[in-house]
Design a protein around this ligand. Structure first.
Ligand SMILES: [Fe+2]
Length: 378
């Protein structure tokens, strides 16, 4: 499916013409609790929204939760809208994607989660407008959905938003912490995409471009943000989204989901904590445990490219560089500082990580390895 994209300061003003071209008069507007106002999106969209019939749906859950998504489906049905506009971070955009996608299916969301590959329905036209430079969700055909503590990843071509409007000005009001925690997710997504077994030439090009922008502007966006650094990070986030849209993410993401769901650790913080350890682990890949059909030399080569892009001389230096980037952004580098303070909790995280989802990692991972890696960052 082809997506229409708008990028740049003030690009949110394109929305009016877009909705007009779509013939949309009744809008299902999915937003966060505060980010819609705080980002300036509401003020910019006010006149436009006054001309339309708008049903606003506020995402109050911390993660895209199935029960909450089902309530959204009910609201969408009752409101009889003709387009969905999502304005917010990854959670908001994923929720909007899931509400819209499930609503277009002839089976229940639960059945859908079990057999998503059989589902072909296309929801209403969806416009995604990120207010963080983080998830890249506006550029992917996936949506994360939690049912209880279980994380599901919906994947279907029709989930990709029809339109993405990436306006860096909407990220200007992010606090240093929000910038750090969303930006470090971009960093991890760019790196994981590079070594993912699902990568190809196109995704690696995106991953390289994204990583270059992050190395140039992440810390300055956190510490003394400027229009340039915000622009770089918005672009980096969108490009890393395009990279993982092809390659998917790998082990650091897989292991992070239970940290977020069970211990409330923000997504970017949870993902980055094991990144350095997995870099080392993956670099030590050999022919017996290589998951990538292109072989271990290919995997090593992609990781050496990460060394180059991060200005590192070797694997240990790169691990240090990753740690120092995380620290400079004001984030934590070990689990104990995040309240994961016993080996029982480490074991729980390792057990709760879906082994199937680790298959995109370039080196095979056992439960023992996973626990060892968690102990190394304890
Ligand atoms: Fe992520």
């Amino acid at each position: 499916m082809k997506q229409t994209e708008f990028f740049g300061e003030g690009s949110i003003t394109q929305l009016k013409q877009l909705l007009y071209d779509m013939g949309a008069k009744r809008i299902f507007l999915v937003t966060g609790k505060n980010s819609f106002e705080k980002s300036g999106a509401k003020a910019t969209m006010n006149d436009l929204l006054n001309e339309l019939t708008v049903k606003r749906y506020e995402v109050i859950s911390e993660c895209p939760d199935l029960e909450f998504i089902k309530a959204g489906m009910n609201d969408l049905r009752l409101a009889e809208c003709d387009a969905v506009v999502a304005v917010g971070g990854g959670n908001v955009i994923d929720t909007a994607k899931a509400v819209n996608f499930f609503s277009s299916q002839s089976i229940t969301p639960e059945e859908c989660i079990r057999s998503v590959s059989n589902n072909k329905g296309k929801g209403l036209p969806l416009v995604a407008i990120p207010t963080t430079s983080g998830s890249g969700s506006e550029a992917t055909h996936f949506a994360v959905v939690y049912s209880g503590d279980v994380k599901h990843s919906l994947a279907a071509e029709s989930i990709l938003p029809d339109v993405a409007i990436v306006d860096p000005e909407l990220t200007y009001s992010l606090s240093p912490y929000q910038t750090a925690v969303s930006g470090i997710d971009v960093f991890c997504q760019a790196i994981e995409s590079a070594w993912a077994t699902g990568s190809n030439d196109e995704s690696r090009k995106y991953s390289r471009e994204s990583l270059t922008l992050i190395m140039r502007s992440f810390i300055s966006a956190v510490k003394m943000s400027s229009a340039e650094s915000r622009r770089d990070m918005s672009l980096a986030s969108n490009i890393a989204g395009k990279a993982i849209n092809i390659s998917k993410t790998t082990a650091p993401h897989a292991v992070s989901y239970s940290m977020t769901r069970m211990f409330g650790i923000p997504h970017g913080q949870a993902v980055c904590i094991t990144l350095g350890e997995f870099l080392k682990f993956n670099y030590e890949v050999n022919s017996a445990d290589c998951n990538d059909s292109r072989g271990e030399a290919h995997v090593k080569c992609t990781i050496e490219e990460i060394f180059k892009l991060t200005g590192s001389s070797d694997v240990n230096d790169c691990m240090e560089k990753i740690k120092s980037l995380i620290r400079s952004a004001g984030l934590k580098t070990n689990l104990r500082d995040l309240g994961i303070d016993s080996t029982d909790k480490l074991e729980l995280i390792a057990r709760s990580t879906n082994a199937e989802r680790l298959s995109n990692n370039p080196r095979k991972i056992t439960q023992e390895v996973l626990l060892e890696i968690l102990k190394n960052v304890y």
